[in-house]
Design a protein around this ligand. Sequence first.
Ligand SMILES: [Zn+2]
Length: 233
Amino acid sequence: MQAFIHPTLVKLFDGIKNFQQRAYELDSVNMKGLVEDGQHPKILLIACSDSRVDPAILTNAEPGDLFVIRNVANLVPAYDIESKYDGARAAIEYAVRDLEVEHIVILGHARCGGINALLKTLSGQKIQRDFIGDWVSLAMDGCMHYAIEQIAKSDNELGESVSEVNLDNLREHQHLVERAAIRGSLDNLRTYPWIKQRIDTEILNLHGWWFDLESGDLWATDAENTVFLPVIE
Ligand SMILES: [Zn+2]
């Protein structure tokens, strides 16, 4: 009997062999410590499931560095004690209350299919999917609040009327909607009582990041998590 590796998966199998050499044969101490002492990541990173924005690849992270949650459009649902079967909330709770991470980063990105689905829903198009429409609607409040605020601001600077802000504007500014969704998820994180308590006592920090797929640039929120600024070294 031999394990079956489908031809499409051979590249992954080769990757695991490479990792085994790198992490176990050449640098066995790190993995040994992680196995014996357990994981102690300081960062919870919430990213999109999109294949182009794998957080470990983007950040060159090592085993033990990141506790990661990935879902469509990197969304965080608000605290809801009645919701019993939700992977995102359970993983957030484990990261914060058990692993005691010190930072939560929400990593969004350009050309997000989930945010595009949200924009379609907002413009009245029916998403022919069983779960995606409801899931991305989690970003509705953040999108309506922060994206419209931002677009209205830039329109005002151009001398245009705030009343011109509508769904067409939103579609033209998908990157603002992506960033607005990140801010909405940061707001939702603050609805978890044990997260709010840790923020208030300054043992936990929230961060919003947005990755520009086209240029490779990273944008990050300021200390108040209100605006996104390019990260320049
Ligand atoms: Zn995405």
